[in-house]
Design a protein around this ligand. Sequence first.
Ligand SMILES: Cc1ncc(COP(=O)(O)O)c(C=O)c1O
Length: 412
Amino acid sequence: MMRPMFSRCAPLRAAIPPVSRSLGVFQSVRQYSITPEAASDSKPQDIDPSKLVVEKTTTPGALKKPEDLIFGRNFTDHMLTIEWNKTSGWLAPHITPYQNLSLDPATCVFHYAFECFEGMKAYKDREGKIRLFRPDKNMERFNKSAARIALPTFAPTALIDLIATFAKLESRFIPEQRGYSLYLRPTMIGTQKTLGVGPPGSALLYVIASPVGPYYPTGFKAVSLEATDYAVRAWPGGVGDKKLGANYAPCIVPQREAMSRGFQQNLWLFGEEEYVTEVGTMNFFVAMRDKETGQKTLVTAPLDGTILEGVTRDSVLSLARERLAPEGWKIEERKYTMKEIDEAANEGRLIEAFGAGTAAIVSPVRSISWRGKLVHCGLQDHEESGEIAAKMKTWMEDRQYGDDEHEWSYVC
Ligand SMILES: Cc1ncc(COP(=O)(O)O)c(C=O)c1O
């Protein structure tokens, strides 16, 4: 803030005769550099977990049989809500019975997409304790997403604390078995009633929870992808690296197109080079042998603003550096193209490919349809997963369920 102010003052100072250099002249120049907020004494309140008000439901819902759970269709008894306004900051958090929101039709979220969200899970360990997985990462990303669309930010530890309380309250909804968890959906929306385009003066942060079963109830099922070359998910300088609701709706048509041609998901490419970025709503990993050295290499796209900073991506990279690198693997975050994958497949260097995200952990890929041909990603016909994807799933689950006690696991 200071630098532009001084650079604006300097030429002015030179132009004004010494006699006119009164305090008044300089004050009026300075005034323009002070925003009303900065001048105000009010210190908006951050989220304060000690102010939590809990109102429990009087009509607890029946539990579904674990095997009947469908992702994101069933919700728990309660929700966590925290309102924010520009003058007071974050108000007291509430846990209330799960209920509808009532919003004026002119509320800014409906018109200008002031919405961002997170996706994370709570797991029940062998002793019945509830654990979150790397919640600090989700909070960091949530704050980045919120800040990008002029929604308020918050102290990450305060929200983790509240989410932990909420998850513990809903503990009965989390089945004990491995593979089951409670999907948590922190969401923030702009709630100001206005059609004016501007920063929302009020917002609502809420968290809802949905018990979920294993992504692959009967074991891995490798998917086939269609490389999308006619639409782009994200671009440099855009917001594809933020978890904004507005990023997701435009992805449905290309995904549906892929499905109409018999592929389960689409693979997002970028640019004339056809850089590989993400698969559907997951980050993408390819294991191949280096063209020159033959060294086994695990490659994923770099965080250059065109991919989401997946928590699973980061965890896979970290596990790979910890456990695959000592076995001679090279781990790379770099740009790579569809042509490179095709070449590796043709030369028998492609080992396997998989998507990585919270919902499935890993999703093995059988083939990619690209430029009218099918690129086979290293699996035999009878195989549904490569070795690395299978290992990653086990390693990740060991930490998520607390079998491998690790700092990534946050005991509620
Ligand atoms: C576009 C996109 N990429 C990647 C991911 C994977 O992120 P994470 O591992 O944090 O779930 C998601 C997950 O929701 C996503 O929406």
